[in-house]
Write a protein of this length. Structure first.
Length: 130
């Protein structure tokens, strides 16, 4: 399981995100997603102040490129979702991000996430989000 990966790019493309309450276990989410055939490396979890740092500044080891991407994200439509994600992390929740999800697979991934208590989920396609 990948927690607070420094290379996490928030600019969403083929990404399903959702939030797991602090009282729930990320291991259950990973197991449910593994059972669908998703590769474990497709799933990232952001938690706590390190997760907030990744979303706001690009992480402790962020380079110039990653910091520039964060600035662009903040002024784009994704900025609203970033703000919501930060609020969830500050409240003690865990952000779950499933990468490389095509539009046809997104409903199934969202259903699996919902079944294990992940709420407030969104899908970010190549040029759209819902």
């Amino acid at each position: 399981m990948r927690f607070n990966p420094q290379e996490f790019y928030t600019f969403p493309k083929q990404l399903v995100i959702g939030f797991l309450p602090a009282s729930s276990r990320p291991e259950q989410v990973q197991q449910a997603l593994d059972a669908t055939g998703l590769a474990p490396e497709q799933v990232d979890f952001l938690q706590g102040t390190d997760g907030v740092d990744i979303l706001t500044h690009g992480g402790k080891s962020a380079g110039l490129r990653q910091r520039m991407i964060r600035k662009i994200e903040r002024v784009s439509q994704e900025g609203l979702h970033l703000g919501t994600a930060i609020e969830h992390l500050e409240a003690g929740n865990t952000m779950v991000a499933v990468r490389q999800v095509g539009p046809d697979d997104a409903p199934n991934v969202r259903q699996v996430l919902e079944s294990v208590g992940v709420g407030n989920h969104h899908y970010f396609g190549r040029y759209t989000f819902d």
